[in-house]
Write a protein that binds this ligand. Structure first.
Ligand SMILES: Nc1ncnc2c1ncn2[C@@H]1O[C@H](COP(=O)(O)OP(=O)(O)OP(=O)(O)O)[C@@H](O)[C@H]1O
Length: 282
């Protein structure tokens, strides 16, 4: 079990706030951390990694990593960290990046095979695509056989096809090694595919904690579809108003009344809801 009781005062955009996390996480689980920008997600990961100080207690599989004034040095914590911007050693080949962490050729070969990097093992990071770089970063993080794998929006810089491919590889690695994983993600479909638990932070507090279905499924128990989007434009057409809203990769037009239009501002986040009794999937 991973037991986290963490407190830290943060200087948020809207003034001082407190990061407050009190959680027990089962070993081997995959936890997604979601929440608005500035809610404390990265800080939580950095505290777990020992890169930032905090109050409280962190006990990972019976080993104390942090407790009243004591903080286990970063190098001694069995963690793997994957950042959004890869952070590879640019002057080393793909294979050397892995072996630098641990001289374990059996493990490095296995990881390179699982992520289809074998043919690229002699390449320098500068010659790789974003998706390939992130695979190397992922393999490198696994070389320590971490008790805890921390990933901070690892796939957000990649296109949707590469994202899905890496999601499959992350799942395979997670299943093979049974590593407890915490991953910051803003993408509901990614969270749904990968995680078995999701925490939502809001101004440092955990405001939702449950399975992705419980937390993310907006239509549960109703026959309503709700989509979150951004209002891009609103124009008057005769007596009605037409709002252009971006939802995911699509733009949709929604008719709104003049009363509703009064309260809308371009750039604002909106929810588009509709009753759908017999939706079709095509
Ligand atoms: N060491 C620190 N001391 C005080 N405040 C901090 C510290 N580190 C971060 N903060 C502040 O805490 C808030 C949360 O930052 P954090 O990077 O954890 O948010 P986040 O949820 O990861 O955001 P994003 O999704 O934009 O990456 C921010 O307002 C940040 O400026």
């Amino acid at each position: 079990m991973l037991n986290l009781q963490i407190e830290k005062r943060l200087q948020g955009a809207g003034g001082e706030m407190k990061l407050h996390v009190d959680l027990a996480i089962e070993e081997g689980s995959f936890v997604a951390v979601a929440g608005e920008s500035g809610s404390g997600k990265t800080t939580l990961l950095r505290i777990l990694a020992g890169l930032e100080k905090a109050e409280g207690r962190i006990v990972i599989s019976g080993e104390t990593w942090m407790d009243s004034g004591y903080s286990m040095p970063v190098q001694r914590r069995k963690i793997g960290f994957v950042f959004q911007d890869y952070a590879l050693f640019e002057n080393m080949t793909v294979e050397e990046n892995l072996l630098f962490v641990e001289e374990d050729r059996v493990l490095s070969s296995k990881l390179l095979e699982m992520t289809e990097l074998v043919s690229l093992k002699g390449r320098m990071p500068g010659t790789l695509s974003g998706g390939q770089k992130q695979r190397v970063a992922l393999c490198r993080a696994m070389m320590k056989k971490p008790t805890l794998l921390l990933m901070d929006e690892p796939l957000s810089a990649l296109d949707p096809v590469m994202r899905q491919k890496l999601q499959q590889e992350i799942t395979a690695l997670h299943r093979t090694f049974g590593t407890t994983t915490l991953m910051v993600s803003h993408d509901p479909s990614e969270i749904y595919r990968l995680a078995d638990r999701v925490l939502v932070l809001d101004r440092g507090e955990v405001v939702a904690d449950g399975s992705p279905k419980e937390v993310l499924l907006k239509t549960q128990g109703s026959q309503k579809f709700s989509f979150e989007g951004e209002l891009l434009d609103i124009t008057k057409v005769d007596v009605i108003y037409v709002a252009v809203i971006s939802i995911g990769q699509q733009l949709v037009e929604v008719v709104v009344s003049s009363q509703e239009a009064k309260h809308l501002t371009i750039g604002q986040k909106v929810m588009v809801s509709t009753k759908a009794f017999a939706p079709m999937i095509v």
